[in-house]
Design a protein around this ligand. Structure first.
Ligand SMILES: [Zn+2]
Ligand SMILES: [Zn+2]
Length: 157
């Protein structure tokens, strides 16, 4: 929040209560929130902040490098705080829109290697895995995942 206030000050913008409420809604949500989620959370707190203000504040937070914007192909964007979250990737359920996080050292290393092979200096990357979450599979047996056919030829695990 301090960084956000400083960012606003540098741009000659006042740290209004509305802007801070929007920032707090993203910082403390603990998940990947949409504008609709933010609007609802603020409403529940008794803060009436319009969509336009939410969008503008999110843009400010993004340009300050404090949040990350995701487009998981749902027709709207999702936002999450960058600070203290650390490296992670996403799994997105195509049925219910649930977003899960995972980390994988091999993915990280592989991205750097692929960049290297193409003469790129690796900066960052994103992996997004789309599928059907366990709960949606339980609800609809037809959506169950087939057995992974990669076991053959391997011993152990
Ligand atoms: Zn699901
Ligand atoms: Zn995330």
């Amino acid at each position: 929040m301090q960084t956000f206030r400083r960012h606003l000050r540098e741009r000659g913008l006042p740290a209004t209560q509305q802007r801070e409420a929007v920032a707090a809604a993203v910082f403390y949500a603990g998940r990947h929130v949409s504008v609709g989620d933010i609007e609802q959370a603020l409403h529940a707190e008794g803060d009436h902040v319009g969509k336009a203000t939410i969008y503008r504040t999110l843009e400010l937070l993004r340009s300050a490098g404090l949040i990350q914007e995701h487009d998981f192909g749902e027709g709207f964007k999702r936002y999450e705080p960058l600070a203290a979250r650390g490296y992670h990737e996403h799994l997105i359920c195509l049925r219910c829109g649930r977003v899960e996080e995972f980390t994988n050292e091999r993915f990280q290393r592989m991205s750097a290697l692929i960049a290297d092979e193409h003469g790129f200096r690796h900066d960052h990357h994103r992996w997004e895995i789309y599928g059907v979450c366990p709960e949606c599979q339980r609800r609809d047996p037809a959506a169950r995942r087939p057995r992974t056919p990669q076991r053959e030829g391997r011993s152990g695990d």
